[in-house]
Each structure stands twice: as structure tokens, then as C-alpha cells.
Design a protein around this ligand. Structure first.
Ligand code: KG4
Ligand code: ZN
Length: 390
């Protein structure tokens, strides 16, 4: 089954086309086309992502990205198609708030053959709602124009399932996964522990009560005068300081670490850093030491809560997903802790290419949804910024 997937929930505009086969015991994925445009350089200037700006960028880029993905997959063939007046009107209405996108899309549809794909998957939440809507409306328009079924994908399910992938000989495979799967999903907008058992059936085990962990990385980075996104910058400084054998004068709190639940809190940690740097000239060495102390605190809290959740759920598999799972120290720390304390649990750390937002993960989750016959209604599908995993 060929799935074309669209991701616009935050600051990456991405479209991928995957050939998918198999079932839950053994699923195979081949990436036929993958086009992604990051808006990071645009948002960097403002120190964060503004939803309306992200939306405008998605609208501008979706058609070119679609063309690039189809071309790479060798599914783009020129044709001159007359679009019916009815379809032109419907698409115009659907994309009425994105006039330029509507124009570009109609032009594209007139010039190209209906591609040989079987379904269209799109992220319908969670994320920035205006950004999500562009992707959802674009997917609806393609579904109507090409007469292909539509699948709504939860972005977090994409992060979780794609982290179960192993790559062998250029083929992506998900196989022999022991349930329950415990997912630690850590990104700029989310910090949650979810258990999956059976497949695609979720239970929320714990979540942040305030800031997401990625958000804490970004805010602490800003306090240290580092650019957005802060995670990779903090990581660089912290890694440099880990090679330094001197003692670290900074000690940071581990919020809620011994509380008898699996929830997190990161705003106190962020505030603790703020008090340490407020009104001070912070030297390069001190920045490195702070980054180091911050990462240690984050890793320890994330691990302790995850260990508690492993006990609570009896999970056989632990999967990390989301942008923060790219963090070098966190990956090392979790690998070490699992091998020391839970060697019977299979640990999955996503390939770095899959940690940040992409459409490959949306195609993968879309395929599992298709296996469960969970298709969306293109008339009623909506974007939901707070969509939960259920
Ligand atoms: O999953 P993602 O790409 O987008 C959201 O859905 O939010 O995650 C982005 C977040 C940002 O907060 C970024 O700072 C963080 O992931 N991040 C990292 C690293 N790379 C990205 N945090 C810590 N260490 C990293 N290496
Ligand atoms: Zn994400």
C-alpha cells in the first residue's frame, strides 16, 4: 500500500510517500519520496514559533514540497487535466483562507496525472492549530481531487510508532514488538508517558503539569543567550563540559522525583536556572556547567518517572520519541539504565533522522491506522491542537 503523508503541525512542512506492507507482527516500509522544509531559520530570528507565521509558510511550501516528494517517488507525470467546475469550486471553498495555496494547487492538479498512491495520511493534531488546519485542508483537497481515502494521524502516535523502526538494507522494519509498549514522548509541546496495549490503544500514565521538556530546554537556552531551538545548543555545551573533570558548582533541583506518580514538572527547574543567571555576567565555562547540570537533572527525572511507569505497566518495550529524544546524554543515560536495571525490557531510541518532525512517521502511523480500517471522513475531519492519544 502506497501512503502519501503530510505533516504541518509545527515548523516543518513535510510530505513523504511510503510503500507499506505486512501487519503488526512484521511491517515493512520503503521510503519512495521524502521532502521536508524546515522553517527553523525563519523562527530563529524571533526566538520561537509563531503559529500564524508557521501557517503562512506551510501554505507557501506545500505544493512545491508535494511536487518534490512525488518526483522523487517517480510518481509525478505530466498531464493536462480539465478539472470540473464543481471540483474547482469545492477546492476553492476548502482552501478559501489560503488563496495562494488554492491557486497553486489547482494549477498543479491541472498539469499532473493522478499519482499511483492508495491513501493520504495527515497529521490532524496535536500541534499549532492554524498550522494543522493548512495540512488538513490540503489533504482533504487532494483526497477529493484524486479520489483517495483519507487517514487522520495523531502526531504523537507518529513519534511513538516510528521509534520502533529498525533499518536494515535501506528497508524500515517494525517487528516482534513485545506489548505493552511504554512510550516516553518528549518534544517542544509534550512530555508524556503512554502505554500501548493492544496496538493503537493507549493509556496515559503520566504527563507534565507545566512546561514540556523541550520547552524547558528552549527557555533555558534563551536565558544563556543561545539561539532557538535550544535543545541541540544546550546539548553541545553540556557535552563539552562532561569532558571537563572539574567539579560543577551548579546544583539543580529534581522536581517531583520521589512523588508517588508518573507526572512531571519542569517549570521549577527552569526557574532555578533563571535565579542562577539573573543579573549576572555568565562566563562560557559557567554556561557549559549550567547546561551540564540542567541535562543531568532532566535525565534523572525522566528516567525515575519512566522506571516507575515500567513497574506500573509491566511494559516489555520502552520507546523514546519526539525532538528531545535526539539528546545525546539522554540516549546514553537511558541505554545504561535499561541495561543495568531492566535488561529484560527492549529499548528503542529512534534514529536521529526520525526524532524531529517528519512525514515518514506520519505515513508509518497512517499505515497502522489503515490496517485497523480507521479512515477519516473528508467532510467532517477537523484539526485539533489538543488531540489526545486514546
Ligand atoms: O518533536 P519536535 O521536533 O517538535 C515538536 O513537536 O515540538 O521537538 C522539538 C523540540 C525542541 O524543544 C528542541 O529544542 C528539542 O526538541 N530538541 C532537543 C534536541 N534536539 C531537539 N532537546 C534536547 N537535545 C537535543 N539534541
Ligand atoms: Zn513532534
Amino acid at each position: 500500500m502506497k501512503i502519501l503523508a503530510i505533516e504541518t503541525s509545527c515548523d516543518e512542512t513535510a510530505i513523504s510517500i511510503l510503500e507499506c506492507s505486512g501487519d503488526e507482527r512484521l511491517a515493512n516500509f520503503r521510503v519512495l519520496g521524502n521532502a521536508l522544509l524546515s522553517q527553523i531559520d525563519i523562527h530563529k530570528e524571533y526566538g520561537g514559533v509563531f503559529p500564524m507565521m508557521a501557517k503562512r509558510e506551510h501554505a507557501k511550501n506545500l505544493v512545491p514540497i508535494l511536487g518534490a516528494a512525488l518526483e522523487e517517488a517517480e510518481l509525478l507525470h505530466e498531464d493536462t487535466q480539465a478539472l470540473s467546475e464543481e471540483l474547482t469550486t469545492t477546492l476553492g471553498e476548502l482552501l478559501s483562507r489560503e488563496f495562494e495555496l488554492a491557486e497553486q494547487l489547482l494549477e498543479f492538479l491541472k498539469e499532473s496525472e493522478i499519482p499511483d498512491i492508495d491513501a493520504i495520511a495527515v497529521t490532524h493534531g496535536p500541534g499549532l492549530e492554524p498550522a494543522l488546519w493548512v495540512g488538513v485542508n490540503f489533504a482533504k483537497a487532494l483526497s477529493l481531487a484524486w479520489n483517495k481515502p483519507l487517514i487522520g494521524v495523531n502526531h504523537m502516535e507518529g513519534h511513538l510508532l516510528s521509534s520502533l523502526v529498525i533499518e536494515t538494507d535501506g528497508e524500515l522494519v517494525i517487528k516482534d514488538i513485545g506489548l505493552p509498549v511504554l512510550g516516553l514522548l518528549i518534544s517542544g509541546g509534550h512530555t508524556e508517558l503512554v502505554s500501548m496495549d493492544p496496538w493503537l490503544s493507549y493509556r496515559l500514565i503520566g504527563q507534565t503539569r507545566d512546561d514540556a521538556v523541550g520547552e524547558a530546554f528552549d527557555k533555558v537556552a534563551r536565558m544563556l543567550g543561545l539561539p532557538y531551538p535550544g535543545g541541540p545548543e544546550i546539548s553541545k555545551l553540556a557535552e563539552r563540559n562532561r569532558e571537563d573533570t572539574g567539579t560543577n558548582p551548579f546544583k539543580l533541583p529534581r522536581p517531583m522525583i520521589t512523588d508517588p506518580h508518573c507526572d512531571f514538572s519542569f517549570s521549577g527547574l527552569k526557574t532555578a536556572v533563571m535565579y542562577l543567571v539573573k543579573g549576572k555576567e555568565v562566563s562560557e565555562l559557567e554556561k557549559e556547567q549550567l547546561a551540564h547540570a540542567f541535562e543531568d537533572a532532566v535525565a534523572e527525572v525522566l528516567w525515575k518517572k519512566t522506571a516507575r511507569a515500567l513497574e506500573e505497566t509491566g511494559a516489555k518495550t520502552l520507546a523514546l520519541g519526539g525532538g528531545v529524544s535526539a539528546n545525546t546524554h539522554l540516549r546514553r543515560y537511558f541505554a545504561q539504565k535499561i541495561s543495568e536495571e531492566y535488561p529484560e525490557v527492549a529499548l528503542f531510541l529512534p534514529d536521529r533522522a526520525y526524532t524531529t518532525d517528519n512525514a515518514i512517521m506520519i505515513a508509518i502511523a497512517g499505515y497502522y491506522r489503515a490496517l485497523h480500517n480507521d479512515f477519516a471522513n473528508s467532510q467532517t475531519m477537523i484539526a485539533n491542537g489538543n488531540l489526545a492519544l486514546t
